[in-house]
Design a protein around this ligand. Structure first.
Ligand code: CTP
Ligand code: MG
Length: 233
């Protein structure tokens, strides 16, 4: 089988409130994007790496090695991922794609192997984490007395809820079709698995690791630095 990593890095990182998109912020002298890409470069089963960038991006070409394919992304994350998946299918004829957020620099070879091993004989799957907190669904209607504060509708069964990480691994052709369908029908999908679920495809959940969290807000950078240092011990 052939495996290609598709790394969406075309976002603007609004919630990070930094002077540049978060994938270009550095921890330990390397950008988040490089940390994410390196995990795939170092993995023996990954044949190709596609990084999807913003149309105005001039940084990716200067920091990535020549063997990384660079593709221009779109408005929403799913548009960027589809651009990468189209390339994986049409230019590289790769059987499988592993889609991984540039903003998850904590990914490593062991987690990539764990996902591939558990998913390669199925229709696809994702890294994900069981929740540790009790989960509340909020009420669609406000409280009469405290209208500015959300209130609980009900408590969900924590045993039945995992939070999705990346990589998300699917057959390239199937993911291409699912993303095209989701975009055409304006389904609100926030990851690849939701597009596959909409097609009725089974998606396996493989337990990931907290260090593979998505760097989203300013305070997340220090946590990413901590995990990176831990992984080098
Ligand atoms: N992404 C992308 N194309 C988009 C939007 C997001 O390739 N149109 C990428 C981001 O670069 C990131 C990953 O998808 O690596 C996860 O998205 P997110 O964490 O939401 O990043 P941003 O959209 O950049 O951040 P924000 O939502 O805070 O603006
Ligand atoms: Mg976003």
């Amino acid at each position: 089988s052939s495996y290609t990593a598709v790394i969406p890095a075309a976002g603007i990182g609004a919630r990070m409130q930094a002077y540049k998109p978060k994938q270009y912020l550095k921890i330990q002298k390397k950008t988040l994007l490089e940390h994410s890409v390196n995990a795939f470069t170092n993995h023996p089963l990954i044949e190709h790496i596609i990084v999807v960038v913003h149309p105005d991006d001039e940084t990716a070409r200067t920091i990535l090695t020549k063997d990384v394919h660079i593709v221009v992304g779109g408005e929403e994350r799913c548009d960027s991922v589809l651009a990468g998946v189209n390339y994986a299918h049409e230019q590289l004829q790769s059987e499988w794609v592993l889609v991984h957020d540039a903003a998850r620099p904590g990914i490593n070879s062991g987690l990539i192997s764990k996902l591939i091993d558990n998913v390669k004989c199925s229709t696809g799957g994702i890294l994900a984490l069981p929740l540790v907190d009790t989960v509340k669904q909020i009420s669609p209607t406000a409280s009469a007395e405290h209208s500015n504060t959300p209130r609980v509708d009900k408590t969900l069964d924590r045993e039945k809820i995992w939070s999705a990480q990346t990589p998300q691994m699917f057959k390239t052709a199937a993911l291409q079709q699912a993303l095209q369908f989701a975009i055409q029908h304006s389904l609100s999908i926030t990851d690849e698995a939701s597009a596959m679920e909409a097609m009725g495809t089974e998606v396996l959940l493989v337990e990931g690791h907290p260090m593979n969290f998505k760097v989203t807000k300013p305070e997340d950078l220090q946590l990413a630095e901590y995990y990176l240092a831990q992984s080098q011990l």
